[in-house]
Design a protein around this ligand. Structure first.
Ligand SMILES: [Zn+2]
Length: 524
């Protein structure tokens, strides 16, 4: 038995077969029923959404001898002739290869003659945005005064390239991307009709990979079925053919990234490259994987929205429980940006590797999300009991450095300057005893002495100051500092808004002990 491509065989022949464009189909059927057909239509939308299919059905319907409720009967001579592509009434032109003035002039010549059979001559001009300016002008003349037996259907994926003069003469219809559900349903339907043996999960994956295009979905299915003609087509087969990776890889990649194991993550990436997987698809799929994790985190009962089996869902739930939402959102942002960057890049692999390194090292970024990510890592380490600060808080170094700042310290009252010095001396130990969040938030603080045995912490950012000032946080800081310097001490905070003059009264503990700071920047 010869194999006929599903895409050809299952091309919609009636309006009812067109999936996902109900709004357009309904309007067109009404026009036919009420005999209020227009003379120029513009069908816009991404590829594979049914523009030319609808155009052909429409051409059949307007010529049909016995239309049923606006749909072509499919049985009359006109319907059959159009179906067999032997009718002179339907003229298809691909503007991508016939974009000159002469091509359009030719049409204008033909338009003069009324149809010998049927009611309408229908010109379907595909990829109409490819026409030259001259050709558009020639077309415009015809559109201005079309003979009553002529209908133009212009189809395009790029409506913004059509001159306004043309647009204003057309009824415009925007074809929607088709949802994964609609595509999968259609695939299921035709797989059953064809008696093909295909795993549901495989169909679902094809439905998603088609990215809103029914035509792509059918040709993907064609490819897969042709490859495994007498076997059951499984999800694994589909992954093989499409050059996609199994979600297991995503899970391992995510775990490597969360553990900040840059080497492990890049190694995984290399495996994907060696397997010859399509890198653009890899990025899209990983982004979906992260999105699914986010959905699972966000609420219960996501089974219907997620495209997966119950056992995969369980695995996903376990994974989701281990990752903080803020961290996940940062990952999703980085990978969504990557999707756009790599689309036209010849350096896909390098860009992906760069993004993976970024995921592993939130300290490379300075935005709010990456700070939250760093906090999450710190908290995780604390839970696991991994030391945060290196043991070597070199007293010698601290004293030395404090000496460098002597001028400023000297300007403070002597007794209090001692307190400040003691705090500065032990700043590394103090902050590492504070807990991860306070440690991060206090890191940018500057230190100075105030009246009545007070220590002043100066902050440049309101966010850090506010965090410190929360009653419980402040109590922890005061208690910790007191324990370290062996003295009860009050801490107040101030927002540093007075510029350099004000800052000169403060000492930056981070500048003094570069050792500790370096640790924070490199490892967390
Ligand atoms: Zn008919």
């Amino acid at each position: 038995m010869s194999y006929q491509a599903l895409y050809r065989k299952w091309r919609p022949q009636t309006f009812e077969d067109v999936k996902g464009q109900e709004h357009i189909v309904k309007t067109l059927k009404n026009q036919i029923r009420l005999e209020r057909v227009g003379h120029a239509y513009l069908f816009c939308g991404t590829r594979g959404t049914g523009k030319t299919s609808v155009a052909k059905i429409f051409a059949k319907a307007v010529n049909c001898e016995h239309p049923v409720d606006g749909s072509p009967c499919g049985k009359c001579a006109m319907c059959e002739a159009i179906q067999k592509q032997s009718s002179m009434n339907v003229i298809e032109i691909d503007a991508a290869s016939n974009n000159g003035v002469d091509n359009i002039r030719e049409i204008r010549g033909e338009v003069e003659y009324s149809p010998t059979e049927g009611r309408y001559k229908v010109y379907i001009i595909d990829e109409v945005h490819m026409l030259s300016i001259g050709a558009f002008n020639a077309l415009l003349k015809t559109l201005e005064e079309p003979p009553e037996y002529v209908i133009f259907i212009l189809a395009t994926t790029e409506a913004h390239k059509i001159p306004v003069t043309i647009l204003s003469r057309c009824q415009r219809y925007d074809f929607r991307r088709i949802t994964v559900d609609t595509i999968t349903d259609r695939l299921t339907e035709l797989v059953q009709a064809e008696g093909l043996n295909v795993e549901d999960k495989a169909l679902r994956y094809i439905g998603r990979a088609a990215d809103g295009s029914m035509r792509d979905a059918l040709s993907l299915l064609d490819q897969c079925v042709a490859f495994y003609l007498d076997e059951r087509l499984t999800y694994e087969h589909v992954l093989d053919i499409l050059g996609a990776v199994d979600t297991g890889v995503f899970s391992r990649l995510l775990r490597a990234v969360m553990a900040q194991d840059t080497t492990g993550a890049l190694k995984l990436m290399e495996d994907v490259v060696i397997q010859g997987r399509e890198l653009g698809q890899f990025v899209t799929d990983f982004t979906w994987y992260l999105r699914n994790l986010m959905l699972v985190q966000s609420s219960e009962g996501m089974e219907d929205i997620l495209d997966m089996s119950s056992e995969n869902l369980e695995a996903l739930k376990e994974e989701a429980a281990e990752i903080k939402q803020a961290v996940l959102m940062r990952y999703i942002r980085i990978f969504s940006e990557l999707t756009n960057q790599i689309r036209y890049s010849t350096q896909k692999r390098v860009l992906i590797e760069l993004a993976i390194v970024k995921l592993c090292k939130p300290q490379m970024e300075n935005n709010y999300e990456s700070i939250l990510n760093r906090l999450a890592i710190l908290e995780d380490r604390l839970e696991k009991g991994i030391a945060l600060a290196p043991a070597r808080t070199s007293g010698r170094l601290a004293v030395e450095a404090a000496d460098e700042e002597e001028e400023e310290v000297a300007s403070l009252p002597p007794a209090q300057a001692q307190d400040v010095k003691a705090v500065l001396d032990q700043w590394g130990k103090i902050t590492s005893d504070l807990g991860a969040s306070l440690m991060i938030m206090l890191k940018p603080a500057m230190v100075s002495a105030g009246p009545d045995n007070q220590i002043i912490l100066g902050f440049r950012e309101d966010m850090n100051k506010a965090y410190f000032e929360e009653e419980s946080h402040k109590a922890i800081v005061e208690k910790t500092i007191s324990e370290h310097i062996g003295k009860t001490i009050r801490i107040v905070s101030r927002l540093l808004e007075g510029g350099r003059a004000e800052e000169a009264l403060f000492i930056n503990p981070n500048k003094i002990r570069l050792d500790n700071v370096e640790f924070i920047d490199e490892d967390i």
